[in-house]
Design a protein around this ligand. Structure first.
Ligand SMILES: [Zn+2]
Length: 205
């Protein structure tokens, strides 16, 4: 097996809810062990194909060489969305609290001035400063540009005459995923993830 094995695959549970993103090898294994079917993401009707039907489709509609998965028998269309046969839960996912994930949650926008910045121009801001008992947690940490961060200094937003754009919250997995997709993935997975065409998070637009 060779070709474009670096492509990521969106996993839906039996109820068509997005539950994971996995690598191509694992996705193919699930499909050909009949644990999952392929949803044709590029076909507007989103038809569902079991593994053998997907093989047949790959024979009759060969993939573009730049995306093909090359196996001894066939150049396989890359499955980009798969539907699990049995699983119908939505797993509770703990999103790791990290600088990068806070920036993703806030779409790289300073939560005081609202402008978007590159990562190196951003800081994490404790809304309630640490020495006033502010904790380092999703609900008290926001993305701030260097200038707003310096202006606020060691004060509450109200004391600094500043206002948050929105109250910081623990992000949901789907929101964080939506913020981290490539343009290609956004286009392919939009229908399954509630992603606006711009890639903006639904709760920001
Ligand atoms: Zn700012």
């Amino acid at each position: 097996m060779a070709g474009r094995l670096d492509q990521r695959v969106l996993v839906l549970n039996r109820l068509w809810q997005a539950v994971n993103i996995i690598g191509m090898r694992r996705a193919l294994s699930l499909v050909f062990r009949e644990r999952a079917s392929v949803i044709h993401a590029e076909d507007a009707s989103h038809r569902v194909y079991p593994g053998d039907a997907w093989l047949e489709l790959s024979r009759t509609h060969p993939p573009r060489p730049d995306v093909a998965i090359r196996t001894p028998g066939v150049h396989l269309l890359p499955p980009r969305v798969i539907l699990l046969a049995a699983y119908d839960k939505v797993p509770r996912r703990e999103i790791r609290f990290s600088r990068r994930n806070v920036y993703l949650r806030d779409a790289h926008c300073c939560q005081y001035c609202g402008r978007r910045f590159a990562e190196e121009e951003l800081n994490l801001d404790h809304v309630v400063p640490r020495d006033r008992g502010g904790v380092t947690a999703w609900e008290n940490i926001v993305t701030a540009c260097i200038r707003c961060n310096a202006q606020k200094a060691n004060r509450l937003p109200t004391q600094a005459g500043m206002a948050l754009r929105r109250a910081p919250q623990r992000p949901k997995w789907r929101m964080l995923v939506a913020a981290s997709l490539s343009d290609e993935e956004t286009a392919l997975w939009r229908d399954f993830l509630d992603v606006a065409p711009s890639g903006e998070l639904p709760w920001r637009s």
